[in-house]
Write a protein of this length. Sequence first.
Length: 459
Amino acid sequence: MVQPEGSVKHRDRRFVLIAVIAGLGGLLFGYGTGVVAGVLLFLAHDFQLNGSLQGLFVAVALAGAALGAAIAGMLADAWGRRRVLLATAALFVLGSLLAALANTVLLLFLGRVLVGLAIGLASTVTPLYLAEITTPARRGAIVTINQLYISIGIFVAYGVNLLFADLASGWRWMLGLGALPALLLFVGMWVLPESPRWLIKQGLAARAEAALQYLRSTTQVTEELISLRQGGAEIAARSTSLPTLFRNPKLRRMMIIGLGLAVFQQVTGINVVLYFAPKIFQETGLSSPFMAILATGGIGLVNVLATILAMRFLDSLGRRKLLLWGLWGMLISLLLLSAGFLLPLQSVAGAILIVLISAVFVAFFAMSIGPVFWLLISEIFPQAVRGRGMSLATVVNWLANMLVAGVFLDLVGAIGRSGTFLIYAAMTLLAIVFTLKMVPETKGLSLEQIEQQFISNPE
Ligand code: BGC
């Protein structure tokens, strides 16, 4: 399994390629959620789905994702990260094809539930696997490949939705095309090794060594292996269980950080801006649907580019600083949006202003709580319960996502757009206070050091 030893640069490049394959789960997440908007436009006609059934179509995938995330950690701790990613890819292919070929509403919904389950599994296990195979110095960038793929997936879905919008049964293509990245993930994970940290925890030291040699493209892995084994031995001695996460005060603090960030990532409004954007833009003055969709595409692109910027700085500036700066930026843009909605817009200039502020908001999200939430939950839980801890945080993230999307239109109906965005701004302010008080800096530390420093050490 070990590759011929190459130069450091060559090994680096090879590792990045490995991470690029392992991160494909993020693409399933982004595409799977992003494609729904395009598909919905067809279902009223092709399946005579009324409004509430359309709502249910969206909800079943989100509920499937919450369920997938709930079982992901347990499965990943029991079966290993690699096998769960293989199962995720297979499930996604199956669900996508089933939904794309469906001739009855039941099969269509069943396909979407399977896709939802796969999205939930991918959302937990992709950052988990990426965090465990990389080195401390660039864990920020490598884990954020997941977020980069999520944003690319959403962007590609916007494009696919546009491309097939006028084709008869275009929705079949929209759903079916999701099988392609899933197939890639399946083939890729077939080749990649299991997480060395998980192997050590299972007592499979020889396989852990082989996996490390493969990942680092060198036989010189003794030092890293020793530190993993030491970490592993201490962890085995401690053997933390999930309920302990809430009983031990230091672990409880980690749990609160994970769950708090999960909620704040959603209740600050990102998915409202990403998914209701064409509707908002149209209503504020971009009356042509084409312009509204184009503006939405631009925002999708900003999301991708800003994530790349975050990858550049997460390991140098650190997670905490980026998180705080980004949240301040989000707060200011949300306040501006809230004020903007009060003006008598209904003009192209006004609508363009709203589009620009929305883009700035998305950029700040993509440089802060977007990637930092997934990164921190892959870092702050002890090895013994990392999978399950991440699962819990991810489930809460999906539930908060469902809640925000579910109440958005009613909220706008009740208190107007300006008031709704003011609520997101208030949530962002709370997120800033929460970060200042609770969130630790983890840059440059190995997962074992984080565990030592923040959890095991006496006060
Ligand atoms: C969030 C998603 C969001 C996406 C946008 C992710 O980190 O969890 O809810 O749609 O970022 O890029």
